[in-house]
Design a protein around this ligand. Structure first.
Ligand code: URP
Ligand code: ZN
Ligand code: ZN
Length: 451
């Protein structure tokens, strides 16, 4: 067989094995994993890890919050930054308008993404309160490739417990995967009001209005409701040890519950909210950053198998938009940019002894692909899409807005030093980033229909 591309002499790392081999690519697929392969184009990966392309199943590109506030990465800049960071597949969201059917919402979001994406992508279907009368459309959304459904216990999208039960039952019936934002919204609204009335308007009060035990209460409640209707459940952006404990105990009972955390919770703490002026508004996200003890617990949970994935919840807002909440922390748009540093950030867990190389690949590539029904992604095996990353474990980088490619005028990781960085990113056999140079094209990415 002729190989269009061979990645030679690298150390192949998958979620289950580490070995020396060449990887041959034919027609966009992995066609051989063996010694002494040669092809039309060869990449020398000696001294490097060859891993499956990263899979990030939680991102928000060009997400509108209304009043002209939109997350600042569009589908082009966001997927390009993802590619620079070694991510070759991501999953964003459909948020249907009240008057739209689920399929109309899906078509509209695909029309936004398709001309721009440089890597492959999927979409979670959001079922908010406006969708409570659309649950008979869940099968159609699933058949159209939305294998997973997003539920919120916070914000305007919030479902009450009865709505949550109905949505989970409908998703279960079609065999879909529910994913959920867990916080106790009534408690949050009460605490925000109490703090603002007392003149406590600074970002310092953001985590103090969204307490960790109530994030855990919400997660526990969601798990109990899911278990009652016999549905699986994936818990988004776990910020604290208390939620890990809920997930751990549910899994110990054999329940199909999974959880993810994100780089912001692994590299930052709630002290960041005490920075003066605009600086303190920037890392506002929900659930909020927590104390150091929670950060330590999250790293341990990833190593011990109590959390299963690392995603980003990438949702950048520029300085001008963050400044809207200078006088009132509850008005600061929530979300931070993380898409580019995820894979290398997670590699620090190997470097610091929390988990193995294989576990790193599982957390960032294989487990997200399995959970999201991306059957052709997340592994290095014959017949799968040739989504590959050549990762240089010796390269040291210092993160900054100049170094990163996200379309955002700040990064929460400014000055953080990382050991290891992706050198080459390959999507379906095409080299799209090499040595810091982008070689992809907008629109080359494909929508992946997922089961
Ligand atoms: O504050 C956050 N996390 N913004 C993004 C939307 C969400 O809740 O996931
Ligand atoms: Zn969320
Ligand atoms: Zn999110």
């Amino acid at each position: 067989m002729t190989f269009e591309l061979v990645v030679r002499n690298g150390t192949v790392v998958t979620s289950s094995a580490t070995y020396q081999a060449d990887v041959g690519v034919h027609d966009g697929k992995i066609a051989a994993v063996a010694d002494e392969l040669h092809g039309e184009r060869e990449i020398n990966a000696v001294g490097k890890y060859v891993i499956p392309g990263g899979v990030d199943i939680h991102v928000h590109m060009q997400m509108s919050l209304g009043d002209g506030v939109v997350s600042s990465d569009d589908f082009f800049t966001g997927t390009r930054a993802a590619a620079f960071g070694g991510t070759t597949t991501l999953i964003d969201f459909v948020e249907p308008e009240p008057q739209q059917s689920l399929l109309e919402g899906l078509a509209a979001r695909r029309a936004e993404a398709n001309p721009q994406v440089v890597i492959d992508y999927g979409l979670h279907m959001t079922l908010g309160p406006d969708e409570k009368d659309k649950l008979d459309q869940v099968q159609a959304a699933y058949d159209a490739g939305c294998g997973s459904f997003k539920l919120y216990m916070a914000y305007g999208f919030r479902l009450d417990d009865g709505q949550l039960l109905s949505a989970l039952a409908a998703i279960k019936q079609v065999g879909g995967q529910p994913v959920i934002h867990c916080e106790n919204w009534d408690v949050i609204l009460t605490l925000i009001q109490r703090n603002l009335e007392a003149g406590r308007t600074a970002p310092h009060w953001h985590p103090r209005s969204r307490p960790a035990p109530l994030e855990a209460e919400a997660a526990g409640r969601a798990i109990d409701i899911a278990s009652y209707v016999d549905a699986p459940l994936h818990i988004f952006h776990v910020s604290c040890a208390a939620v890990v404990e809920r997930i751990r105990s549910a899994r110990a009972l054999g329940l199909p519950i999974t959880g993810e955390t994100c780089p912001q919770y692994l590299f930052l703490t709630q002290k960041a909210y005490d920075a003066p002026g605009l600086q303190g508004t920037l890392p506002i996200c929900s659930p909020p950053l927590r104390p150091q003890a929670d950060q330590d617990a999250l790293w341990r949970a990833l190593g011990q198998g109590d959390l299963q994935l690392i995603t980003t919840d990438h949702c950048p807002f520029v300085l001008r938009d963050k400044a809207r909440g200078l006088e009132d922390f509850s008005k600061i748009p929530g979300g931070v940019p993380s898409i580019e540093m995820r894979l290398a950030g997670a590699y620090q867990g190997v470097d610091r002894g929390y988990y193995s190389l294989n576990r790193w690949v599982d957390l960032c590539c294989s487990a997200p692909a399995r959970l999201a029904g991306l059957s052709s992604k997340g592994d290095i095996a014959i017949g799968l899409d040739a989504d590959l990353v050549v990762f240089d474990p010796e390269r040291q980088v210092t993160l900054s807005t100049d170094f990163l490619h996200e379309q955002c005028d700040w990064t929460p990781y400014d000055g953080i030093e990382l050991q290891g960085w992706p050198e080459v990113t390959i999507s379906r056999g095409e080299v799209i980033v090499r040595d810091g140079e982008f070689q992809g094209e907008p629109g080359r990415g494909r929508f992946i229909a997922r089961r």
